[in-house]
Design a protein around this ligand. Structure first.
Ligand code: ZN
Ligand code: ZN
Length: 493
């Protein structure tokens, strides 16, 4: 969906190694288009491009490409040009068979192919392609007033090149809030990227985005994606894949900015900045639980933000109940749920509800699962490495199973109807404020089930638990004050 032009001030060389002039022209043109397609906005190794070094060197001599050393040495300190790594522990000296010298390679981004002092990264410097305006948005949905406020701010941010944080509660419908902003950017001939830390999110988002922008082939990139060189004015990729881009996008939307690994990996944050076309190109951050430094920047007025405090179904977020359970760990170690948690679960099951139980780690979870299975055969568990994770979640979703034990792996990204949520050992350090807010956000997401219960079983209330409850309550208060809720306190209908 792009077309390219060759400006007259950009003559093709006639001193190429090809023998016949007409053949030279067509071969050079083919090479030109191929390189432009592969490299525009990208920063790739020769092995990734799959072309001979001489061809690339010739393209560099024509001014089509720029060749930069994979690792830059500055006053004896090495810096990886792909991932921004500069820690001596991650930039490892080795005897290189390529340059036959003592060389240095980057361990941090090794999984994407080795970058060393003697390997080059290639970037496109020829004329840019122009993107056809295929921006028409096909979406018949309606935004809630809270969503509309946020959507207007996204359009404003995209148009005026301003960074923005969309702080939207779990289940508020934050993806829809982006549609108009993306459309505006595309209409202005801009190139847009939506990046998220996890492949799951990308795979879920790709068909939705393609449906609402039917005239643009959405380039979907993740580890193991079928087309690694898909190019489009609308790109959807994992934050990892952004390492392969450079000065590419006029707008980047970073979804789940607080999620692992983006939140803890400086490399990925570097990748986002590198992939932006200029220093002033806008980033739109999207999250339900901004990290504390982000929240502080918002309060101080440094980071522009907009909040969506209410869910699209206009009911408040379920607030967590704290239940003291002195000996939860003792019970769990013995392979059973603490009595209060067991009573709570049985009561919920009797009501015909489904139950999601969060544990601090796999070890404790599996102990309880073993014990629980003796009298509740429909219980099952999931963790990060579980190959049947998707099927098990699906079984809970459709009601084939009614009890699912999990680690924090399911804290975000899942919507299950008629579910009540409990945390066993809520004070455990694994349960941060963000994790608890996300966990609580699993309940009451559906229009026909807005009142899920959230229970934190604990042995002493932690600061994170208090912060999580405060976070949820303040969102509900704000939503009520804004008129975003139909329900106005008191016992729920
Ligand atoms: Zn690196
Ligand atoms: Zn070398």
């Amino acid at each position: 969906m792009k077309y390219t032009f060759l400006p007259s001030q950009f003559p093709l060389s006639q001193s190429s190694p090809f023998p016949a002039f007409s053949y030279v022209l067509s071969a050079q043109l083919a090479l030109f288009f191929r390189l432009q397609h592969l490299l525009e906005g990208r920063s790739l190794l020769a092995v990734e491009i799959g072309m001979h070094g001489d061809t690339l060197a010739w393209a560099v001599s024509q001014g089509w490409l720029r060749e930069i050393p994979g690792i830059r040495l500055e006053n004896g300190v090495a810096h990886c040009q792909r991932c921004g790594e500069s820690s001596p522990k991650r930039l490892v000296p080795y005897s290189c068979v390529r340059c036959m010298k003592k060389c240095t390679y980057c361990r941090t981004c090794l999984q994407m192919g080795r970058v060393a002092v003697c390997t080059s990264l290639y970037e496109w410097t020829g004329p840019p392609s122009r993107w056809k305006d295929s921006s028409a948005l096909h979406w018949g949905g309606e935004l809630s007033p809270a969503q509309r406020r946020a959507s207007d701010r996204v359009i404003e941010a995209v148009s005026n090149d301003q960074s923005l944080l969309v702080w939207a509660v779990c289940g508020s419908g934050k993806t829809e809030v982006l549609f108009r902003g993306i459309e505006r950017a595309l209409q202005q001939g801009k190139r847009v990227c939506i990046a998220a830390p996890r492949t799951d999110v990308i795979l879920e988002l790709a068909p939705r985005l393609q449906e609402v922008f039917p005239y643009i082939p959405v380039a979907t990139l993740y580890g193991g994606a079928p087309n690694r060189f898909a190019t489009s004015s609308l790109t959807l990729c994992t934050t990892h894949q952004l390492l392969r881009f450079s000065h590419a996008f006029d707008v980047i939307v970073v979804d789940e900015v607080d999620a692992f690994p983006y939140s803890v990996d400086a490399t990925l944050q570097f990748a986002v900045r590198k992939a932006l076309k200029t220093n002033t190109s806008p980033i739109v951050y999207l999250t339900a639980t901004p990290p504390r430094y982000f929240q502080k920047a918002c309060r101080q007025g440094v980071q522009p933000y907009v909040r969506i405090p209410a869910r699209y179904h206009r009911n408040p977020l379920p607030e967590p109940t704290f239940v003291r359970c002195f000996s939860w760990r003792k019970a769990v170690e013995k392979g059973r749920l603490p009595t209060k948690a067991l009573q709570w679960m049985n009561a919920r099951l009797e009501q015909g509800r489904r139950v999601l139980l969060f544990f601090p780690n796999i070890h404790l979870m599996q102990k309880v699962e073993k014990g629980l299975l003796k009298h509740l055969p429909e219980a099952t568990s999931v963790h990060a490495e579980d190959p049947a994770r998707k099927e098990k979640v699906q079984a809970l979703r459709v009601g084939d199973r009614r009890v699912l034990l999990t680690t924090t792996i399911l804290e975000r990204g899942v919507t299950i109807p008629f579910v009540d949520v409990a945390v066993i050992g809520g004070e455990h350090r694994q349960f941060t404020e963000a994790a608890l807010v996300q966990i609580a956000g699993r309940a009451g997401r559906k229009k026909d089930d807005t009142m899920g219960q959230v229970c934190f079983f604990h042995n002493g209330v932690s600061l994170s638990m208090l912060r999580a409850r405060h976070h949820i309550r303040s969102m509900n208060r704000e939503a009520l004050a804004n008129g975003d809720l139909d329900f106005r306190g008191g016992p729920r209908p």
